[in-house]
Design a protein around this ligand. Structure first.
Ligand code: NAP
Length: 282
């Protein structure tokens, strides 16, 4: 049976360190470090995530300021809001919630974002640094959380064959680059990949971020492999990952859903925020 990663305990350990840094920032800044959350329109999953951010911020001494716009706002309204927040010295970091409405595509909103305040690592400048193997920028919170889980569990990354299913800008692609920066050998799979199972079976570390419940079954996993399941799917009201339950019989390590990669995302967002505040202070 696979050993389960404890995402909640690992997130708590990260948040303990974030709390200490937020306290130091409180005395240096004369205010709590502040994360601005930009939300456009109404989306249940996004609203749930915003509540988690608010709750976590409250717990660790980070002020979370929610800025909501209507879904039918002017096309340039989200970008103007982001630009205002960037110019505000009491805002240390910004996260733009997805989905965005069609008139305001993500790239147009991110273009208004100061890379120094890019708490979720999605600005092309930060994505470019990561692509060049320069790790001084901000990386997206979800893949950072996966790396942190591996490292804090004492599992090797260097020289391991990491196979990633999914190539989104938020999870799969930055995860591949973060693993590469840690000297893994990386293979990325997607919907055009042929014979997915033959590739996933080669993985020492198998990371799945496809948004397809049960995509990865036991026969697709090498015995003893480390499996990171990033999937968050609603199946009959039940939160499930992309990995089928029988994978637990084969894998060496496995992230449960819920309680695996999910709690880590929030913790890494908070860590990015204190890092942004510290860097702006110099
Ligand atoms: P996304 O933008 O929809 O990307 C999904 C990726 O998976 C795409 O690259 C797609 O390939 C690939 N894919 C889909 N079906 C596949 C299949 N049958 N075989 C091989 N590849 C397949 O999704 P995302 O934003 O990366 O999110 C992925 C999952 O992670 C979702 O369940 C999401 O809810 C979850 N998520 C979790 C967290 C967390 O904190 N744990 C955070 C963010 C997202 P193509 O590029 O070819 O289309």
């Amino acid at each position: 049976m696979a050993q389960l990663f404890d995402g909640r305990a690992t997130a708590a350990a990260v948040l303990q360190e974030v709390t200490e840094r937020a306290n130091t920032l409180l005395s240096r800044l004369g205010r709590a470090p502040c994360l601005a959350v930009v939300q456009v329109g109404v989306d249940a999953a996004s609203a749930w995530y915003v509540r988690q951010i608010e709750r976590t911020g409250h717990r660790v001494g980070i002020a979370v300021a929610l800025h909501s716009l209507a879904g039918d706002c002017a096309a340039d309204a989200p970008a103007r809001l982001v630009a205002q927040l960037c110019a505000n010295p009491t805002v240390d970091g910004i996260i733009v919630q997805q989905p965005l409405p069609p008139q305001a595509p993500l790239q147009s909103v991110l273009a208004a974002l100061d890379p120094r305040k890019d708490a979720d690592g999605l600005h092309p400048y930060n994505a470019g640094l990561l692509a060049q193997g320069r790790t001084m920028g901000f990386a997206p919170a979800t893949p950072l959380g996966g790396i942190e889980l591996l490292q804090r569990s004492g599992l090797p990354i260097a020289s391991q064959h990491a196979v990633i299913v999914g190539r989104s800008a938020v999870v799969g692609r930055p995860l591949a680059l973060l693993l590469l920066a840690q000297h893994a050998t990386v293979t990325i799979c997607h919907t055009r990949t042929q014979n997915l199972a033959a590739i996933t079976r080669q993985a020492d570390i198998l990371a799945v971020a496809a948004g397809r419940p049960g995509l990865i079954t036991a026969s697709m996993v090498r015995p003893g492999a480390i499996v990171l399941d990033f999937g968050v799917n609603d199946v009959d009201g039940q939160m499930t990952g992309d990995v089928a339950p029988d994978v637990a019989d084969v894998a060496g390590w496995l992230t449960p859903v819920p309680g695996g990669t999910g709690p880590m995302t929030n913790a890494m967002l908070m860590r990015n925020l204190v890092l942004a505040a510290e860097r702006q202070l110099g």
